[in-house]
Design a protein around this ligand. Sequence first.
Ligand SMILES: [Mg+2]
Length: 170
Amino acid sequence: MQWAKCPGGCVAFFMRGGRLKFGVSYRAPVGLAPSNTLVKLDMSDSTNSDQTTTVDELRKLVLDFVEERDWKQFHSPKNLSMAMSIEAAELMEHFQWITTDASRGLDEEAKSAVGEELADVLCYALAIANELGLDVAATMRKKMVKNRAKYPVTEFRGRFGYDDPNPVGE
Ligand SMILES: [Mg+2]
């Protein structure tokens, strides 16, 4: 994978399926690195980990990126939901045609490329939350309460869903 500098982040170029692909990295932490500096993800950097970053900080990261470029004019919920779905398809593209076992055994380069697409999905998800004024934590906790009621452990433990033909306990 080749990296190039660009205003606001980095662009990754890489070959996949015989085609040249590229994607913008949003991983450069705003305020911690100059916008024109090449940034590589440092997994050992605990200052930017899930354990030390709030959802609000991530929302602000996305909001700043959008406002700096005057992109709110393009960010209707309709457009953002479409963009998120497209990024989800790019995420799936990494797993297309490979086996289930292979999808669980990605090497570090492939995992990093998948992470790029996951970041794109999350960026758009947070942009939707910003646009609609939805509180992500409250919304997600509320939905998980519904999920728990919809899929009680007693009925669904070890079963993937209503279509799983295996009865409970087998
Ligand atoms: Mg992408």
